[in-house]
Design a protein around this ligand. Structure first.
Ligand code: M6R
Length: 616
């Protein structure tokens, strides 16, 4: 987590940094800080809390002059969120100033050595250790900044993207990357540094993504100097031109990005299908599969690895792939998978799913799977992200930038890709009949329209329900089959943005424990769509009703039985079971949003969270 930013060129750095930090706040908002450099030294500002708190501390921003600067927005790992632990961090001699995203795992051992050598520390951070290590190595060996940074990094265990400036040489910034993302925007006579390219898109679309183990020396009026950290080998930069529509990263008429992203889903699902599902003949084309057809057709086992919402999409993927391809599928939390020596054979496929493409655990799981010889297929939203760059093949979800911390449109886009994948492989393996394939393709085309309809029919009833339950302390979410992961996702959405405790369960598991929680104060959201165990779900509703629980049922249009039993009903269009999560999740996203809105929470930036979890 954490967002880093930097500028070196001919413009005033302050507005670029402060506006850029706002755009990076999704990566963490515990504290922020900037350092602006000029010939006579530098000015450093740090503040606990969001970037607006930092701005409040800067009384005369127009007086902050300097064309070199670095900034940081923090998601706290080592040390509480306060002014002292905020970045940038300064070395003991006041000569080196550094920002860092990542974790230095061996910081404690290094700190002890530095303490023995007379260094002192103001903060509790691992970053202050790193900046002093660089200073120690530089002074001891009389090295240039870049050489001191390079050698220091070879002593580091952990993950980082860093930018370092030397007070006496503000015409130069040294940057380096391992594990955490780092994008470099390049224009004539200027460089932009950021954790993702969004902060500098107003200035340039030419971007270089540093790879793990690379560093660069950025100097005013000089060519970019890209090197390998390990052996200082000079590298040729590969600069790409980004294709991005700036409108996608604005809120427009919406109060929060989350709401905008929920309402974008009819279009984003269409974008995910575009060019992949032929309107006329139901032909599915995904290049990542097309070029590796044999691997998919002959796969013995598929393991899907992800975190959070992407893990919920993976569970839906398990259902779809097993049902339509008859290949056994396992779903793993990336954080568990990476540390438990998983059994993988050469013919196995590992699918990694990640919106950001930067989640540290998912990235580590990917690397482990590759090391073990598995074929790794990625499903990512962020183009050019670390995961996207490291997989053997993959498919982008094309949902566009997702800014709200709570993932919504990325989830439905991931499911859409998984449906396409399952249908495609199923057809190639002849594990699905022609007629089932054709009818699912046909229905898939109608999904954007059905999602649109769901968004419209549900809006008012969800607002009413939200008013009634916005003050409760607990919620239960129940579903069965392919809609069980949707229940998990609904509970996660509510938890993360409204801070109400919520749990998702397979409906039938309720009697093995959670039923003890049910009384007249417990709202239970239950997905009771017609296809898939409807009668059993009705039984579960009866059980809740008998214990006076309040039932909010997600039902199909025309439903009678569940609707008669429920306290509140939310209707979604009729659809096959395989595709149902694409519509059943919509009211759950809206319910979480409306409840959080009524409670007055900061929906796009919930406490303690960050959009990209780049630390494990
Ligand atoms: O970028 P990723 O999909 O890898 O992120 C995984 C999770 O961190 C993410 O889905 C998280 O759970 C969201 N905040 C959920 O809304």
């Amino acid at each position: 987590m954490c967002g880093i930013i930097g500028y070196l060129g001919y413009r005033e750095a302050y507005p670029i940094l402060i506006n850029g930090l706002k755009k990076l706040e999704y990566r963490g908002y515990d504290s922020s800080g900037i350092a602006i450099f000029c010939k006579n030294g530098y000015r450093l500002y740090k503040s606990k809390g969001k970037v607006n708190e930092l701005k409040k501390k800067i009384f005369s921003p127009h007086k902050i002059k300097g064309t070199t600067g670095i900034g940081h927005t923090r998601w706290a790992t080592h040390g509480i969120p306060d002014d002292v632990n905020a970045h940038p961090h300064v070395s003991n001699s006041n000569e080196l100033i550094l920002i860092h995203n990542g974790i230095i795992e061996n910081y404690h051992a290094i700190k002890i050595i530095l303490l023995k050598n007379g260094f002192t520390f103001k903060s509790k951070t691992d970053t202050e250790v790193l900046v002093n290590l660089i200073e120690y190595i530089q002074k001891k060996n009389k090295l240039s900044l870049e050489e001191a940074v390079r050698i220091s990094l070879t002593e580091i265990v952990g993950a980082y993207s860093i930018a370092v400036v030397e007070k006496s040489h503000p015409e130069r910034i040294v940057i380096a990357k391992l594990g955490s993302p780092l994008a470099l925007g390049i224009n004539e006579r200027e460089f932009f540094i950021a954790s993702d390219p969004i902060p500098f898109l107003d200035y340039t679309k030419n971007v270089l993504y540093l790879k793990d183990g690379e560093m660069a020396i950025l100097s005013k009026n000089k060519e970019l100097d890209l090197r390998k950290i390990l052996d200082n080998h000079k590298l040729s930069p590969i600069i790409k031109e980004l294709q991005i529509n700036l409108k996608e990263i604005e809120k427009g008429e919406y109060k929060y990005f989350m709401l905008k992203e929920i309402y974008e889903q009819p279009r984003t699902i269409l974008d995910t299908l575009r060019g992949r599902l032929s309107i006329t003949d139901g032909f599915i084309c995904i290049n990542g599969i097309e070029f590796n057809k044999d691997i998919f057709v002959n796969a013995k086992c598929i393991t899907i690895v992800a975190c959070g919402t992407s893990w919920h999409a993976s569970l839906i993927g398990e259902y779809l792939l097993e049902e339509l391809t008859r290949i056994p599928v396992e779903v793993e939390y990336a954080s568990e998978f990476r540390y438990r020596n998983p059994i993988l054979e050469k013919e196995d496929i590992v699918i990694v799913i990640s919106q950001s493409g930067e989640t540290a655990d998912t990235l580590a799981a990917l690397n482990l799977a590759k090391k073990k010889g598995a074929f790794v297929f990625g499903i990512c939203n962020v183009v050019g992200s670390s995961i996207a760059r490291n997989v053997d093949a993959g498919a982008y979800t094309h949902a566009g930038p997702e800014i709200g911390v709570a993932s919504t449109k990325a989830f439905t886009a991931q499911i859409t890709v998984l449906v396409l994948l399952a249908l495609k492989i199923g057809k190639e393996r002849l594990s699905i009949t022609e007629s089932r394939y054709n009818s699912l393709c046909q229905e898939l085309r109608s999904i954007p329209e059905k999602v649109n309809k769901t968004l419209k029919i549900d809006e008012d009833s969800i607002k009413e329900i939200s008013k009634i339950y916005s003050n409760v302390n607990n919620f239960l979410y129940l579903g069965r089959g392919i809609n069980f992961p949707v229940a998990l996702e609904g509970a996660l959405k509510l938890k993360e943005i409204s801070y109400i405790h919520a749990e998702g369960y397979p409906a039938a598991e309720m009697k093995h424990g959670p039923i003890a929680l049910i009384d007249e104060n417990m709202p239970v959201v239950i997905i009771a769509t017609k296809k898939g165990c409807y009668e059993k779900i009705i039984g579960n509703i009866q059980e809740i009703k008998a214990r006076k629980g309040k039932i909010i049922a997600i039902v199909n249009e025309g439903d009678i039985q569940a609707s008669m039993l429920a306290d509140h009903v939310i209707k979604v269009p009729n659809i096959s079971e395989e595709l149902s999560p694409l519509v059943t999740v919509i009211p759950l996203q809206l319910l979480a949003y409306q409840i959080a809105f009524i409670r007055g929470e900061n929906i796009d930036q919930p406490r303690n969270l960050a959009k990209s979890v780049t630390v494990e």
